[in-house]
Design a protein around this ligand. Sequence first.
Ligand SMILES: C[S@+](CC[C@H](N)C(=O)[O-])C[C@H]1O[C@@H](n2cnc3c(N)ncnc32)[C@H](O)[C@@H]1O
Ligand SMILES: [Zn+2]
Ligand SMILES: [Zn+2]
Ligand SMILES: [Zn+2]
Length: 713
Amino acid sequence: MSSQSGPQTTLFDVQPDADTAGGLETRYDATFVARLALREKQVQQSYRPIIQIHKWFARRPGSVFRSLMHAEFDGRPLASSYTSAHDLAGIVADPFMGGGTTVYEATRLGLSVVGCDVNPMSFWTVRQAVAPLDLEAFEREAAQVIQDVRNELGDYYRTRCTECAELADVKYFHLVKHCDCPSCGKQVDLHPGLRLAESVRHPREVYHCPRCNTLKEVTASKTPHCPQCDYDLAQRPTVRSVTTCQHCGNKFRFAEHLGKPPRHRLFGIEYHCTHCYENIRGRQFKTPDADDLALIDRAAEQLRATRDQLLIPEDAIPAGDETSRLHRWGYHKWNELFSDRQLLGLGTLMKRISEVPSDEVRYALATVFSDFLRYQNLLCRYDTYALKCQDIFAVHGFPVALLACENSLLGIPKVGSGSFVHFVAKYLKAKQYAKHPYEIVYDGKRKVIHPIAGESIETPLVESEPEGRPQEVWLSNGPSQKLMLRAESLDGVFTDPPYYDNVQYAELMDFCYVWLRKFMAARAEFSQETTRTDDELTGNATLLRGLQEFTSGLSEVFCRMSSALKPGAPLVFTYHHNDPKAYVPLIVAILDAGLTCTTVLVAPGEMSASLHIAGTKSSILDSVFVCRNPSYASGVSGADISTLVNADVAAMQAVPYEPTSGDIACLTAGHVAAATIRHLRVTWVAGDPLEQRFTTATKAVAAIRDELERTTA
Ligand SMILES: C[S@+](CC[C@H](N)C(=O)[O-])C[C@H]1O[C@@H](n2cnc3c(N)ncnc32)[C@H](O)[C@@H]1O
Ligand SMILES: [Zn+2]
Ligand SMILES: [Zn+2]
Ligand SMILES: [Zn+2]
């Protein structure tokens, strides 16, 4: 490892050499970026509609990556030229491209980019975002597919309006899991509570009365009772693992009495009657009638008769950190997470999409299909406040609830959400944005769409490493440990690596992949049965992948990136974790790659509004590590860790955003990691056994933390 600067044995920050380094260390404006990013994360799909191509997890704000690249490659001040047209030259790479943020932001700025991800669903999502699509052909085919499937299956999603007795479109079927009572043998509904709808979007509260077995609407009250039989509707028939039989009063643990997989019963319907809707305040709910119940049997019958001709996947659910929960509930195949009506609808829709002749239009519709599965399964819950169906991935796992919300398959344009028509509309918006991206600027009062002339995300993909022509995008599907890049070819690496065990990408994405794969028999990216692989860099208890495995993989990737970087070009990545130990892999990987950390910036990452973070002490701020070859990072500033953390906090307070204790812990961990890297850099031996390197880094972190505690005590 070469070094022109002397050893840094203190906690000092390193300033890059002004002539050789880019502008990240000096031109990044944390307050300005945080203002943009916090607004973006609140309604990410309107600031960056491109994310609606397909779900990906833990997406970072596009504005952060746009700003990072601007700061590095553009001499103009960030705040005044953020929304200006950019015509940057150069090649950047993202070895963990995920949902594609770096790829999109780099392409918009005119850069060429290499994007790599081990997960084929990531490759596919980014491919679909970038590859050109004829939108007229897409809209035309989508309308035809929807028409044909509606003709075939429309009846399954209609119900009789209780006001006018005409047929109306169903928005949601409400299902409850049930089992047999071990005492009286009768069927017991496992309702956790009885309220279906709160009185916010609807004028009254809606309850299921177990005694009348009907839905009842009542004025909001702390002591709701059935207007017909006076039943106490505030009761909670099932609390945790114990339920009370509504017939004989027997209390029992229901788990061992559940079907495998659990069975569901339809107890309520929300629908939309075109004749009555205008004259009704709120929504339309009904108790299913005999016709509604008969349709369930008819769907099951039709599924049995046609299943062989449909493309329904039969794959087993492998055990995993997230998926084992499904096994505990008796789900062993992915297709068991759907009702018969859902399987019939999905299978029929798939078959029709697979007949679309144009490859690109078929791929686009198949991608819409894969994404909309998130709202078309029995793990979906009804949001009793917003009165809509929730995404299966509202949390990064597979929680199973006692209630399920079965969405309409095709849906009604502009009514409800989560149906095929809604996802077609979203996809269209995403592709329109890819052709003509914009920024939304908040002028103090309102949001203004600011088109940016000359930018685009859509561009034909190239089949190998970019040569330096503008806007070449090369996507690679495979582990970045094996990504081959020319030496000294990259102007920067901008990435958002897995945050150790934060998200089990492959376990979750298999849910969509097993379906999407059915459309893609001919494509190499879909040849594997699962997106899981030993090369995935996530901590995973089931696969015995701990911090050391994560470290060695990350180290391999950073080493590859480091040798592909031009001299002095930066490796930039975001990170946060509430366990300080999860920073050791970064330290080892950066040192192994022969880099040093010139600075650690701060940027908002995830929002507390994300359901899976809400309520924890988790940080919403990321540390952004800027790393370069030490030969190009000379000069020492006197800042110590607490000064750096205080500066970050002040920059966020100016937003204004008040960092939480979790934020501050993470920011501190970031600066401690950077100080550790500088401290160990000169004596580091990348050839030492991993365990030794890991221990060295762990001890150095502890020493620096001790010193920090002493000086701040
Ligand atoms: C962009 S996301 C990061 C999101 C966020 N930082 C988090 O985990 O909290 C990380 C991506 O790395 C990918 N990935 C994991 N191991 C990889 C490997 N060995 N090679 C390439 N990509 C990998 C995952 O599939 C995922 O898409
Ligand atoms: Zn009606
Ligand atoms: Zn009973
Ligand atoms: Zn009643």
